[in-house]
Every structure is written in structure tokens, then in C-alpha cells.
Design a protein around this ligand. Sequence first.
Ligand SMILES: NC(=O)c1ccc[n+]([C@@H]2O[C@H](COP(=O)([O-])OP(=O)(O)OC[C@H]3O[C@@H](n4cnc5c(N)ncnc54)[C@H](O)[C@@H]3O)[C@@H](O)[C@H]2O)c1
Length: 384
Amino acid sequence: MPRAKRELRFGIIGLGLMGREFGSAAARWAHLLNLSFIPRITAICDTNEKLFEWWDDNFDGIKLRTTNYHDLLGSADVDAIYCAVPHNLHAGFYTDIIRAGKHMLGEKPFGIDAAANAQILEVINQHPDVVVACSSEFPFFPGAQRVIRYINEQRFGKIIEVSAGLLHSSDLDPNKKINWKRMVHMNGEYGCMGDLGMHPLHIPLRAGWMPSNVRALLSNIVTQRPDASGQLVPCETWDNATLACEVQTADQHFPMVIQTYRISPGDTNTWYIRITGTEFSVEYSTKFPKTLRTMEYTSGGEQAWKVVDLGYETAYPTITGGIFEFGFSDGLLQMWAAFCDQLANGRANMMQSYYCATPTETALHHRVLTAALESGKRNQVVNL
Ligand SMILES: NC(=O)c1ccc[n+]([C@@H]2O[C@H](COP(=O)([O-])OP(=O)(O)OC[C@H]3O[C@@H](n4cnc5c(N)ncnc54)[C@H](O)[C@@H]3O)[C@@H](O)[C@H]2O)c1
């Protein structure tokens, strides 16, 4: 007899790049072992009806397909929603979803700017029974899980420096057509920071490393791009941002450098984190997805980095053998398992300890990005 699993009925709003990744993760749930819950996609929504076809081809059990997301909010077949729409729609969609009492995994940056984020958080506070989290998958990479463990174990001694980033490169091509992510009114004034910033900031913020100030260097490298008809139009969003921050905690004081680059030649979604300390250092990058570098140091000892291939070491156990490589879609599957775990068992009783980015963490990241924007514009250090 198959063991019954609790079904979590999901609606998906926004069936683009990320919506489909979530659909695929749901279809791959058998990859995960020993879970007592399973997501079922029961409703889909996008203004572009052509996108329904892929879902119809690959999923049974979709009861509602619609171009109007309000239909999902009133549906008795939907317990929770994954929402992946352009940033200018976040505040309106997210607050409507939460007010309708549907649990929500929303996409970053969780509001196009700090004001939109504050609106979302206000509605969350008015609905404490609704489970809300923000998507951010990199902490679920095996190397990131190790970094988090070392942070929790306070292995570093005095922290020397933290650096983290997310680096893309396809915008190096000046003939790449403009899309909503390169338009201020849809992506937001943060530009690359709004699109990429949650990824490098998530682990530092969870560690309690909120910057006390920031000096940002912002670059707009490709200032015009062809539109759909081939005509050149202004491309006003920031391409690259380097944030030099100062972190002061109860017992640590160190610099933290955050990079969000759309134009980092050769990098395809390279996420990295490096923490150096007087007693221990660690470095992980998705460029080498299995490889973790660490260095332990005691006075007078040799300064030798150790390199370990981690393989498929995951928060939630899977069918994949430990020797194999972990990738983006695996990170997403693990993150979704964490959100479903939180829904099914409550945050205090999850099967493993790393929960998805919280609404409070999204507010902290907006504070950093808003200060960075101001710093970049004024050429000054901005206190947080
Ligand atoms: N976590 C990650 O790794 C990651 C990666 C990429 C994007 N994102 C985030 O996901 C979100 C979506 O990005 P994407 O890359 O999937 O974009 P996308 O453009 O591929 O998809 C967005 C979809 O929203 C649909 N849409 C637009 N207006 C709508 C409306 N009124 N009602 C319903 N659907 C509507 C569009 O038709 C499109 O299909 C953004 O917040 C982005 O920052 C996250």
C-alpha cells in the first residue's frame, strides 16, 4: 500500500522562466525521499495564454487555467500560490493573495522598492495565519549548506572579510533585446540589485550580518538596447553594482562586499560566497558546483587550503547518489521542499533547519538596496 502524503494544492501565477521551473520541480517530487507532503498544481495563471500548452502537455490535475489571477484567489482548489511575475506587480498581487488567505511563496525582490515591500509586510502582519516566504535557492546548494553550518558553528575566529555575489554575463551582448528586467518602470530603480541582490544577501542576513553602512559603485554599461522591432531604445537600469559594506555585530566587525553583476564576462549565474577569518576560511562558488575550499589556521601552522568535492549532499534526502553534481533545478526543488515542509509542519518542526527567506529578511535586503541606490547616486557612504 502506498503511504498517503498530505497534498498541498498550489496555484502558479506567472508561467514564465520561474513558473515553469516550479512546475518541473513539482513533476520531479519523486526525487525527494521520506516526505509526508506533496505539492499538486491545481491552477495556473498567465496573461499569455500560449503558455498554458506546456502545462496541459505535462500535468494532470490542473482544474483552473486563467488570465485573471483573482480567479485563483477565490478557488477552493488552491491552498497556496507560487507567484513569479514582474517586480512592478509584486505589491498588488502579493497583498491580494495574502488577503485571500492563500499561503504564498513569492519571488524576490518582494516588491519593486522599499515602499512596495513595506505594503506587503503590513498585509502579512495583518494575516499571521498565512505562511509567506520569499524564493531564494542558493542556500540549498550543498556548498552553501556547509557555509551555513560553519557560520552556525562560529568557526571563523575573528572574521576578516565576507564577500558574496551573483554574476551574469549575457548582457555583454549589446544586441540582446531589451525586456522588462531592463526597464525601470517594471524591474525597478534598483536595476541589477533588485533582480540579483537577494541571492548574495540571504545567507549574510540570516547570519545577522546586517550592514551598518554601504558605499555602492553602480554602472550602466550598455545604455541602449534593441526593442522587439530592432529599434534602439534607452536601457536605463544599472548593469553592475558593487556594495562595500561595514558590518558590526556584538562580537565582530568586518567589511562585506556584495556584487550583483549583469555583465561579468563569461559568468552564467555564478553565485559565490567567501568568508575569511583568523581561524577558519571557506569559499564556495556554483562555478565549481561540487567543490568546497576551506582553510583552518592555528598560529605558526601552514596556510594550506583544503579542497573537497561535496557531491550531492542535500538538506532533504533524495534518490541521487552522493557522488553526483547538484544544480540550479536541484536547488529549487530543495527550496520548495523547505517551503512545503514549513506549510505542512510549521517552521519550528521542519525536517531540517534551513527555512526559506522570510518577509523580514526581504525588508532588510530592501534597506540595503535602497541605501546602496542612494550611495551610488550621491557618491557617498550611506548609513543604515
Ligand atoms: N529565484 C530565482 O532564481 C529567480 C530567477 C529569475 C527570476 N526570478 C524572479 O521571478 C519573477 C518572475 O521572473 P521570470 O524570470 O519568471 O520572468 P518571466 O518574464 O519569464 O515570467 C513572468 C511571467 O509573468 C506573466 N505576467 C505578466 N503580467 C501578468 C499578469 N498581470 N497576470 C499574470 N501573469 C502575468 C508574463 O506573461 C510572464 O509569463 C521575478 O520576480 C524575478 O525577479 C527569480
